[in-house]
Unconditional design. Structure first.
Lengths: 269, 269, 269, 269
């Protein structure tokens, strides 16, 4: 098992981790607050988008470098590792100067020029499955990065495009045990994008844990209805706290710990 | 919550159940053995196909009424409830004379003539989601049965057709919490068809339990490699026993029982 | 090339035919009028549904046998061949007593019990591709009918379910040349269902002709906005007349006739 | 209608054009020969990949700048316009220094950083539909380019990913009339990728013309079986010559010219 170490955090190798935060970074104060809040709930990594891939050019495109600076400040203040998306090969060094992990988003999973360059960069990479990509294609995309000598790769299942209309994507949890068989890389799950509706994020997060995921990525915002993007799939603080309690207990149970031990760990936060 | 009662068994309403058995009924002795084996592992319902919907007319089409008579005998001998598929409206009474629950298979979910007739029949129905049907269409198919006055319906998620090639279908577990919100009917999950490969049936069964499924349907055969249909997705006895142990413990944990209690219940079998 | 002969009409073998009519048969006078109108435009076969497969049990389910009697009268009055759907194996003889060709609808393409029985019946069959079925599965469904000794089969491409949202289905015209290579059966195309929107039925009908289709099925209604089903994809009389003029000219061109010859044939109607 | 002018060639506005050439540029002599051959058949634009997006990093990745220099030489020698793909925003000027039109490939249709930069560049753009993208998303991708002030955009339908297995993609010809209604941009069709098998490229090319396409893109190679990529969907010279003859005649017919006029034009080449 090839665990990825980022600062003091081990991802994979039996260590279950949670990434959380807003879809888009909106302003400094809010991000500082979110970071503090998710840390208190037991999350390990702060996520937030500064460069946003939006279907329409008239949608909010993200704060860019200004947003990245808020990420750095908020993650450090809360004692969290940080992750943010890089969309263009010319921005790799810029993003890496502010955050710990570079995310390759679903729409760029087969942007092979970008994969080669983040491979060469050597930074830790969160590689999300393309929403229209097969599991084999995800593993071959990881191979583009590995081939350049970079094995700090975390894979992420985040749903695929199908005909179903009650969910934004179809969350393909079978990817998790299959990747466990075909690869040594850690694989996490993003139920927020996987289903695209906040009301079932928690049961699907638990399903991902039961399927063997090494971690979760969850969208959290103090007021999802006013979020600048993806509000419909974002949890507010109380819902996220509930999710974390259920998920950490289940994760402990899956590893053979007693729920009491898990609860103890949660309370200690 | 509208539980379905069949003989002494309650499906839904917090009571977790497991259906298991071969894809096709092959012969009398084998079915008697399978029934005894799955009962010993804690299963509640014997499944087995006598009328088989096969893509090619040159594939094995099932034993027909002869197979149904073996079902009746094997289920009664082992103390199990039984379920088998009905494919044609003219066979409803025939199938119902041998088994407790009539299955409407994935390919017949939108065979509306058949839905109306099983609705009028009043027998308990296992309604599988069409492999190309939306969740809303599954609920409307159930409505065809309900409209005729029959509310003894168990829904079943069994995977949908997508572009992914490493699984036979994409197992859409988001259907489970969504149906819990939109309907009072119990919903079970069929990971055997959902993924189509035996090696990941157990983790996906656990994911279904974590997502809130009221039960599972699992294909079991003494020698999957020699099964007349669906061998690649069928568990042998030892694998099924392991699955049951893990699933029953997880199910107990989800309901707030301790694993020790669950283990105790399992050992008592 | 295995042409299907129904009354004096040859379908396939280089003879291009058009089926047209309403989605649902609504009343006697209207159907008599539609039949006369489509005949005047050059159509060969009257289509109309008496038993309607509707997603919801609360939608209009069709006039049943009463509708079939109108079909018989209208087709005979106009000198047209007739086709209507059979949804249940117990209705085969009933439908066949009123119409010339039995349609197996998209939702019943893998209703194997029905396929076997229409195979045994010997009546001419219009077999529509399932909206969730591969081309190979369509050919295997035809094989269910052929195996019973009935080779009077007309295949029909009518669109498959995909993620695209601006069309009801994705009209898979590649099925036409592929089936020409793999089968001797005639294959027609149904652009009305294929795209589900009247405004592009004519260009897609022409595309089907250019791809080599042996005929077309087109939904026509005197007032599509008031049609009891599928109004959004149905042509009114003037649009259908325009379509027929363009399609017959193109079909003539494809066969090497001059447009003048084709126009002459059209004017002679 | 917003036609795109490149050198002396008008794309759109009733002027039907054909792009042809190999999937990958393989060597100088071969490309010079292909260019001469397709010109003789009536093609207008030479296509060929120097930077190749390949699913596996171990597949042939293209000749890079060396290949581009062959493109420039071959297009000029044959009197053709040229097009080649740009995969990374840092290569825009490099590619534009050798070819007339920059292709944004299917996998980069939602690489928004690249879209913005080719928009700012002002060069003519061939924007291919993502194999996972809706028609609306294609139009919004074009909007990213238009918003930067660049309206020299040619759209291209090239098939979408579905469950069908006998074709590489499902060629969605309904995109053509829909885009004609929603946009002023010219739209061409790529049946080679659309179906992925050489044996039905010609009927599907004709279907695209009948649906109203402003042009075609066709893969051609002197020996498809030995091509370094996409050989199974590539035409050899005689097949391409036959395709061009059929397509130009049909295109002439669609515009109201007589086949004789069209044939005359073809012979004059």
């Amino acid at each position: 098992m090839c665990a990825v170490k980022v600062r003091n955090l081990t991802i994979g190798n039996g260590n279950f981790i949670v990434m959380a935060g807003p879809c888009s970074i909106e302003n400094r104060e809010q991000l500082l607050e979110i970071a503090k809040e998710i840390k208190a709930c037991g999350a390990d990594i702060l996520r937030g988008g500064a460069f946003k891939p939006r279907t329409s050019p008239y949608s909010f495109q993200g704060l860019g470098e200004e947003g990245l600076s808020y990420m750095k400040e908020a993650a450090e203040a809360a004692g969290l590792v940080s992750v943010s998306e890089v969309m263009d090969s010319s921005d790799i060094e810029l993003v890496a100067s502010y955050v710990d992990i570079l995310q390759i988003g679903s729409r760029n999973m087969d942007n092979f020029a970008l994969l080669k360059k983040v491979g060469k960069s050597g930074y830790p990479i969160l590689l999300k499955r393309g929403y229209m990509s097969t599991i084999e294609e995800l593993l071959l995309a990881a191979e583009y990065i590995l081939k350049e000598g970079n094995d700090k790769i975390i894979l992420c299942e985040r749903g695929i495009r199908t005909f179903e209309k009650l969910t934004r994507n179809t969350f393909d949890l079978s990817a998790i045990p299959i990747i466990k068989k075909m690869s040594n890389l850690p694989i996490i799950a993003d139920p927020s994008h996987g289903v695209g509706r906040a009301d079932i994020v928690t049961p699907m997060a638990k399903a991902a844990v039961a399927a063997g995921a090494d971690g979760l990525m969850i969208e959290v915002h103090p007021n999802p209805k006013k979020a600048l993007s993806d509000g419909q799939q974002t949890l507010d603080y109380p819902s996220f706290r509930d999710l974390m309690e259920e998920v950490l207990e289940l994760s402990a149970f899956m590893r053979g710990e007693s729920p009491l031990q898990a609860r103890g760990r949660l309370k200690a936060l």
